[in-house]
Write a protein that binds this ligand. Structure first.
Ligand code: PHE
Ligand code: ZN
Length: 878
């Protein structure tokens, strides 16, 4: 690896730009290999900047073709141009216009940053610093300008031309050519710039905002796929309505366009008025999309739309403030999805993601604060910590101050910062002003990496009829740091349900732990209660409290907090798996007697509730994943032992519930509607049916195969078909290979569906999987240049197949390392993202850990690594 220390950018070095750009007129002449860009910038010195400073515009691999200042060419001594910067040494001390001409090759752009082509469609990606791949600019989010974009192209090649803002004019531009002009009246940073040119089909409709503005909303997709765009279109309309009701935010342009492209590094991008999406998060039909896909599309459409206020109208001063838009917008999309679907079910899903992705990140070498203090490569900071933990901080803030004050604070934040590039301090100030509270202690959540641990002890005094709870908090590795402000939503539960007990420290069901240790006392508590703590997962912490299975089963049966009911079942299952992992007894010796009470409780639960809330029941039946178990154990991980332990427990549960599972599976199959509906209720029934299938298979592979084959053949939607295929995929033999074959030929022309097929095979926990994956890399539908393909095959393998990825012979690591090295040559961002799968290598047992070190060393020895990969590698090995 390059040995020079990476150049770090520090938050404390922030200073305002020396120049501002009021308007940008950008003229883009699209051409597959030689796209010309003429950009005219209205510049002026920034009163807050340094006087007499040179003007340094950012570039990346750019070539300057022409430059004028106020219409006159510049003397060659007056400026210097490199691929990375255009410097005007002594610019005027008054407003002036710079006209810059550059030329780029969109076809050669495999990094998918700046202007590139995806299946022939021209599109852009400018966050975080992609605009500098298009033209020289002050490419920083606190420089905000009004943009006018003129796009010109061959009419044949690009009949559709889209830009930010509102369409202004369009027409012919010489033989076979045409143009369109777009104007965006809202000042914005360059990272929100976008344009699209190509052959696309469109679905659209009109909506009217709460303040009476008629808006035309549209979704553009690959020709022939318009019938798969309706769900996304309706999701836009729902998002717009919801932001008006929930936050009083209306849309502010005449058009809102979403374009789906098939090569995209991330999920989607919130460019002003022109969101560009990974087509995975747009295209949906019952035959090609699962219920999870529908939910993800709805959520991401909403997320990008909500950025129009949290991100665009109020943007970030610098990239250290990324959580200001991302954490807040994730919080907003979570609330939206909860309102559209089941709140409890959705919350459980969020927490599972947080624990699966953010907790390990926070416990490993890539840990960083929600607001980082330094970075070498900003693209590596679009992390679970910034997004998911960032959202948890906003959620805690609401819990602390209450929903009404939160809403008022949000109104103030938007009002005070509209049109500005803001900071986390600006955000907190809005709530502090609104409530009169000092939020400086709470602000520590943004600064401290690591998952806090809260230890709790409970004591019931029967004669005094009191129940005492003692709390202690600590931040592993930073024991001396000042305490965090931790909202703990809690209550007491008894054998017949929640207990009403008084405690003056608990306000609105919430106790705030803001000291290293504290205790609270409930009075009038007759029976010995079970505490229900961190209801709805009120803070992103690990909880240490010794509860017996009996106490946990009380919560599962009687708590009125759905999250904690689910948590109770998970905790018992976790204990049972961890115990088996440590004992690692062969299947035959495990009689499962310790699981008996759990199985009985599940059985009672299913009888009472399975059919009234199937989505919730499916979650209760789902055991912690192998990754969850590894994170719980934390050291000397042997993924094979975890895999065996989990499989054994699943078998016990499957056998113990066998009759009920069969009955439920049949009942749910009967209930399936003739006409597919993607709504949460129907999805919930499918989820439970497929959870029962999975447990039946765990109990009896033959019966499981029989049911799965039938379901695979008869399925009328992708959810059921894919669940059947997944069930079959872990049973070696004819049935599996036949089903995989059938699926591949049925969907031979559907790349997004084949991604599911790649993923299922990447997950097979067998030794042959490495060879299978190497073969699949040569499949005609696979391409190392397409991020979705790579994530489906290599990403799924590295993040969700622990027994094969972390094989003790190192073959799994090597497979992924080979892919990373290949991909780094074309798409560094994607390569760096794959590399984060090695983030938990220190948890592994000695042999596997040694293999990981060796593999990371081999990657490090590769000449010419990108900054993206080098940055992750340095931190992973540090
Ligand atoms: N800002 C995008 C979001 O909505 C994510 C993104 C970041 C997309 C960088 C592309 C590049 O979260
Ligand atoms: Zn976002």
């Amino acid at each position: 690896m390059r040995t020079e220390t990476p150049i770090l950018i520090h938050l404390e070095d922030y200073r305002p730009s020396d120049y501002l750009i009021d308007t940008v007129d950008i003229d883009v002449r699209l051409h597959p290999r030689e796209t010309r860009i003429i950009s005219t910038l209205a510049l002026r010195p920034n009163p807050a900047g340094r006087p007499h400073a040179p003007l340094v515009l950012d570039g990346d691999e750019l070539a300057l073709l022409g430059l004028t200042l106020d219409g006159s060419p510049l003397d060659s001594a007056a400026y210097s141009a490199t691929p990375a910067a255009l410097t005007v040494h002594e610019p005027p001390r008054r407003p002036f216009a710079l006209r810059i001409e550059t030329r780029i090759d969109p076809t050669a752009n495999t990094k998918l940053m700046g202007l590139y082509r995806s299946s022939g469609v021209y599109c852009t990606q400018c966050e975080a610093d992609g605009f500098r791949w298009i033209t020289y600019f002050l490419d920083r989010p606190d420089v905000m300008s009004v943009y006018t974009t003129r796009i010109e192209a061959e009419e044949d090649e690009a009949p559709i031309l889209l830009g930010n803002g509102n369409p202004k004019e369009s027409g012919p531009a010489g033989p076979g050519r045409h143009y369109a002009v777009w104007h965006d009246p809202h000042p914005k940073p360059a990272y929100l710039f976008a344009l699209v040119g190509g052959r696309l089909d469109r679905v659209s409709r009109e909506v009217t905002t709460m303040d009476g503005r008629a808006v035309s909303i549209a979704v553009y997709v690959e020709p022939g796929k318009a019938d798969r765009a309706d769900y996304a279109l309706e999701a836009i309309a729902r998002s717009m309505r919801w932001d008006e009701t929930a936050f009083g935010r209306a849309y502010d342009l005449d058009v809102f366009n979403v374009v789906a492209v098939s090569d995209f590094n991330m999920g989607a991008m919130e460019n002003k008025g022109l969101n560009i999406f990974n087509d995975k998060y747009v295209l949906a039909s019952p035959d090609t999309a699962t219920d999870a896909d529908y939910a993800a599309i709805e959520r991401i459409i909403a997320h990008e739309y909500f950025h129009n206020w949290s991100g665009n109208r109020v943007t970030c001063r610098d990239w250290f403030q990324l959580c200001l838009k991302e954490g807040l917008t994730v919080f907003r999309d979570q609330e939206f999805s909860s309102d559209m679907r089941s709140r409890a079910v959705h919350r459980i899903g969020e927490v599972r993601t947080l624990r699966a992705r953010q907790f390990p990140e926070d416990a490993g070498p890539l840990a960083h604060p929600v607001r980082p203090r330094a970075y070498a490569e900003i693209n590596n900071f679009y992390t679970a910590t910034v997004y998911e933990k960032g959202a948890e901080i906003v959620r805690m803030l609401r819990t602390l101050i209450g929903a009404a004050a939160f809403r008022a604070g949000m109104d103030r934040y938007f009002a005070d910062n509209d049109g500005r590039a803001a900071t986390v301090e600006d955000f907190l100030a809005a709530f502090a002003t609104e409530t009169g509270r000092d939020l400086s202690g709470f602000a520590r959540w943004y600064e401290r990496p690591g998952t806090p641990v809260v230890t709790i002890e409970g004591h019931h005094d029967a004669s005094a009829r009191t129940y005492r709870l003692r709390f202690r908090q600590r931040l592993p590795g930073a024991e001396d740091s000042p305490p965090l402000v931790i909202p703990i939503a809690l209550g007491l539960v008894g054998g017949r349900g929640p207990i009403a007990a008084a405690c003056e420290r608990v306000v609105g069901g919430v106790f705030v732990l803001d000291r290293p240790a504290d205790e609270i006392v409930f009075t009038d508590v007759d029976e010995r209660p079970v505490p229900s703590l961190f209801r709805e997962f009120s803070a992103p912490v690990r909880v240490e409290m010794v509860l017996s299975d009996t106490e946990r089963l009380t919560l599962l049966a009687h708590d009125n907090d759905s999250f904690n009911r689910w948590q109770a079942a998970q905790s018992i299952a976790m204990r049972l798996i961890v115990q088996r992992t440590k004992a690692d007894a062969p299947l035959a010796e495990d009689a499962g007697s310790d699981a008996q009470a759990f199985v009985e409780a599940l059985s009672t639960f299913l009888d009472a509730e399975a059919l009234s809330d199937p989505a919730f029941a499916a979650l209760v039946l789902g055991l912690p994943s192998e990754g969850d178990v590894a994170n719980e154990i934390g050291v000397d991980i042997d993924p094979d032992a975890i895999h065996r332990a989990r499989r054994t427990l699943r078998r016990h549960i499957g056998r113990g519930l066998r009759k009920r599972l069969e009955a439920l599976h049949a009942a749910l199959a009967d209930q399936a509607e003739a006409a597919f509906s993607s709504d949460a209720a129907s999805a919930g029934r499918r989820a439970l049916q497929n959870a029962t299938l999975d447990l039946i298979k765990a109990a009896d592979e033959e019966r499981g195969t029989e049911l799965a084959v039938a379901q695979f053949t008869d399925a009328t939607n992708m959810t059921d078909r894919l669940a059947a295929l997944s069930a079959l995929a872990t049973i070696p033999g004819e049935a599996r290979e036949a089903a995989l074959q059938a699926f591949a030929s049925r969907y031979a022309d559907e790349p997004l569906v084949l991604d599911k097929w790649f993923g299922i095979q990447a997950l097979i926990p067998e030794n042959d999987t490495i060879a299978r994956i190497r073969e699949l890399q040569d499949h005609p539908a696979f391409a190392m240049t397409n991020p979705n393909r790579v994530r489906a095959l290599i990403g799924t393998f590295s993040t969700a197949n622990p027994t094969q990825f972390a094989r003790s012979d190192g073959a799994g690591f090597k497979l992924v390392a080979d892919a990373i090295r290949t991909i780094d040559g074309t798409n560094p961002q994607l390569a760096a993202r794959l590399l984060t799968a090695f983030g938990s290598w220190r948890m592994l047992e000695f042999e596997r850990r040694s293999q990981a070190t060796a593999t990371l060393g081999e990657i490090a020895a590769t000449p010419g690594l990108s900054r993206d990969v080098a940055d992750i590698l340095t931190r992973t090995l540090a």
